[in-house]
Design a protein around this ligand. Sequence first.
Ligand code: MGD
Ligand code: MGD
Ligand code: MO
Length: 758
Amino acid sequence: MNYVKENVDSILNDGVSRRGFLKGLAACGALSMFPGGNLMANESLNTKIPYLGQKAYKTFRNACPRNCYDTCSIKTFVKDGIMQFIEGATESTFTNGGCCVKGNSYVRRVYSPKRIKYPMIQVGGKGSGSWKRVSWDEAISRIGDKLLSIKKEDGHMLGAALTKYSGNFGITHYGVEGMFSSIGYTTRFGGTPCWPAGIDAQNFDTGNMWCNDPEEMKDSKYIILWGVNPAANSIHTMKYIYEAKRKGAKVIVIDPLFTETASKVNEYYQVKAGSDGLLALAMAKIIIKNNLHDKKWLKKNSHGYKKFEKYLKTISVKKAAEVSGLSEKLIKEIAIGFAKADPATVWIGYGIQRHTNGGSIVRAIDALVAVTGNVGKYAGGARYGHLNTWGFNYNAMTNPKPEGSIGYEDSSAVMGDIHGADSAKEVKYSDRYLNINKTAEGILTAADPKIKLLWVACKNVLAQDFDRNKIIKAFNTVDMVVVADQFFNETTKWADIVLPVTTQFEEYDVNVSYWHYWLSLNEQAIKPLHEVKSDLEIASLLSKYMNKKEKGSCTFPQKYDSKKLTIKEFNKGIHDQFGIKSWKELENGPVKAKAVVPFADGKFSTPSGKFEFYSEQAVKYGHTALPEYLEVRKPYDKYRLTTLHSRYSLHSQFQNLDWMEDINPEPFVHINPSDATYKRIKTGDTVAVFNKQGLLRLKAKVTDNTPVGTFMMYEQWYNNSIYNVNELVDDTSSDMGSFKTGAPGIALQDTYVNIRKV
Ligand SMILES: Nc1nc2c(c(=O)[nH]1)N[C@H]1C(S)=C(S)[C@@H](COP(=O)(O)OP(=O)(O)OC[C@H]3O[C@@H](n4cnc5c(=O)[nH]c(N)nc54)[C@H](O)[C@@H]3O)O[C@H]1N2
Ligand SMILES: Nc1nc2c(c(=O)[nH]1)N[C@H]1C(S)=C(S)[C@@H](COP(=O)(O)OP(=O)(O)OC[C@H]3O[C@@H](n4cnc5c(=O)[nH]c(N)nc54)[C@H](O)[C@@H]3O)O[C@H]1N2
Ligand SMILES: [Mo]
C-alpha cells in the first residue's frame, strides 16, 4: 500500500499530467482570457508526451462517459498498476489526440483523496454529518432487508424508487435500471432535464432526432450556432467550425449572452431569451418572400408546407424585431445570407429549449432549415443530437421480474429517458413513473404507496434538480436514501447509506456519443481503489443477498464480470454500422460509424413519411399542428437568471478537484455594468441573489457579456461551498417532452430573481 501511496503522491505532484491539464485549459479558451482570445480549441493539442518513453507504460483504451457532446476516446498510460496520465485517442478524428481541461484532470480525479472509499452510514440521520464506515456486507444487508420488508408490508415493490441520470452514460450502466427491474415493479423517475423539448420537436417534424456528423461542418458555407456554446461545451467541434470559417463560411452566434463561442465567430447577435421562435419564423417569411425557398425539395419531401406558408402571413417581421431585439434589417440580412449559402446549417443547442416555449422554438428553427432545403443535405441540417449509434443490447437492463410481481395498474403511463427506456414486456402491470424534473413534488405526492427507499445513482439530485429546499424536505420523508457515487457531495449529505463506486478506469464498458459518430471501448486500466465497486457489482451483491434471504426475490445475475457484460452489449447491427467483426477490434482504438447523411433519401419516420410542417401528432400532445410562435414565461421578479454549463465542470463533476479550484476558485454572479451601477454593485462585492424560492450569497462580477436585465451563474458544484443555483430555479415545465421521453422538460432558463448588496 505504501508503494502505491508513494507513487500516487508522485503522480499527483508531477508535471506530466498537469501539462496535459494546461493544454486542455488552453483548448477551452481559458488561457486566452475570455472573451477575446484567439487560441483555437483543440488545434495544437496532440499531447505526445515522451516522458519515460511509451514503452515504459501499459496502455489502455478508455472513454469519457460523462454527459457531454464530445464523449472523448481516451488512451490511458499505466505504470506498475497506477494511472500516470491520459491522452485523447489519436485514432478518432473527432477527439484528435486531445482532451478538455476536465478530461486531462482524470488522474487527479481517480486518485483524489476526496473519493468515497468505503460504504458509509449516516448514523446521526440525514444531514447530520455523522458517518460510520461499514462493511459491504452490512451495507448490502441493510438495503436488502429494507427492500424485502417493503415487499412484505405492501405486497409489491412500488415503494422502492430509482432516480438515475447522467453521471455515467456507459452502456452497461443501464444495469442500474436492470437492478430495479430485477426486484419487481418499482417507482422510477422518468424523462430528462437535458433535452426533451427539442427531442419532441424534432420527432414531430422528422419522426426522429438525427443529426448530421459534426465533422461535416467544416464544409458548411453558413453556420448558425443558435443557443449553443461549443467553445465551452463541445470544444472538439470547434475545430470544424474554425475550418469552415477559414474556408470562407459565415459563422454566427445567436444567444442572449456573449459567450466564449460568440467571441470566436464572424458575427454575434444578442437575442432576447425565448424570442427565437418568432425570429426563425420571420426569417422563413423573408426567405419565401424573396423566392429563396427550395421549392423542389419542399414539394417532394414535406407535408403541410402550404399551411405553413399561409400561417407565415400572420407573422410580422416588425414584431419579430421588437420581441427579439434584432433590427428588421439584420433579420433580413441573416435570412437572406442563410438562404443563399449552400449548404447551410443550424446547430440548435440544448440551452435554447429549456424555456416554457422551448419545443416550439426548435420546431420553428427546424422549419427554417427545411424551407431552405438544407434538411437531408451533406454539411447541412438542423443539428440537435442523435441516438442513431445507440443500438446495443442493453443486456444488463433487461431482467425479468421475479415471479408473481405486482405493479402499477395504469400501464399507459410508461415513461423513460430516451437514452434507454426499460424494455420490460409485461403489459398487465407497469412501473410507477414520476417526472424526473419534479423530484421533490414526486416524492412528496407519491401515495399508496409512499416512497420508502430511494436509490440515487449517476445523479447529484441536490445540486442538479430543481427547488433544492423542497428536495431536502422530500428526502426527509423517505425511510432510506441510498446514494451510489464517487464523491461525497450535496446529495450524499441527505443520504442514509453511501456506496462508493468505480470510475471508468476501474471497470469495462462501451461508449458512444449523442453528437459524433465514434464508438470507444472502455477497458479496465487499474484495479478498483479502496473498497469501491461498480454499480453492476453492487447489483450482483444485492441479488446474492436477497436470494439468500428469499429465493427468487431478485433476478439480477449474481456473478459480476464487467468485461463479459460489456461484450454482451454488442450485436450484428453495431458491428455492421461500425464496420467491425468483433468488439475486440476496439482494443486497437475507436472506430467511426459508416457515413450516412440523415434524411438524404427523403424518408422520414413521421406519419406522412415526410418532413412535417403540419403535425397531427403534435396536436395529440396538446400543441399546435404548425410550428407557431408561443410566448415565453412572463417574468415573476426583477431580473432574469440564466444558469449555464461551465467549461471547468461537467455539471456537478470536476469542479471539486483541487486543480479546478486553483483556476476557478469561487462562483460569481455575472451582472451587466448598467444593472451594477443601478444597484451600486462592484466586482468582488458580496451580494444576495434571491427570489420567492431561495437566496444565494456570493460575489458579483461586473461584465457586459451578460445583457442588461439578465444575471448569469454557472451551474456547478463546488466542494465545501453552499453555492447551488437550483436554490433559485423552480420546477416549471417546458412545453414539450412527453411524446418521446415521457415527461415534459424543465424551463430552467425562465428563472427570475432580485439582487442586493450585503
Ligand atoms: N440550474 C440548472 N440546473 C441544471 C442544468 C442547468 O443548465 N441549469 N442542466 C441540466 C442538465 S442539461 C443535466 S444533463 C443535468 C445533469 O445532472 P446529473 O446527471 O445529476 O449530473 P452530473 O453532475 O454529471 O452527475 C451526477 C453524479 O453522478 C456521479 N457519477 C459519475 N459516474 C458515476 C458512476 O459510474 N456511477 C454512479 N453511481 N455515479 C456516478 C457523479 O459523481 C455525480 O455526483 O443537470 C440539469 N440541471
Ligand atoms: N464543459 C461542459 N460541457 C458540457 C456540459 C457541462 O456541464 N460542461 N454539459 C453537457 C450537457 S449535459 C449539455 S445538455 C450540453 C449543453 O450544451 P449547450 O446547449 O451549449 O449549453 P447551455 O449552457 O445549456 O446553453 C447554451 C446557450 O444557450 C443560450 N440560451 C439560453 N436561452 C436562450 C434563448 O432563449 N435563445 C438563445 N438563442 N439562446 C439561449 C445560453 O445563453 C447559452 O449560451 O453541454 C454538454 N457539455
Ligand atoms: Mo444536459
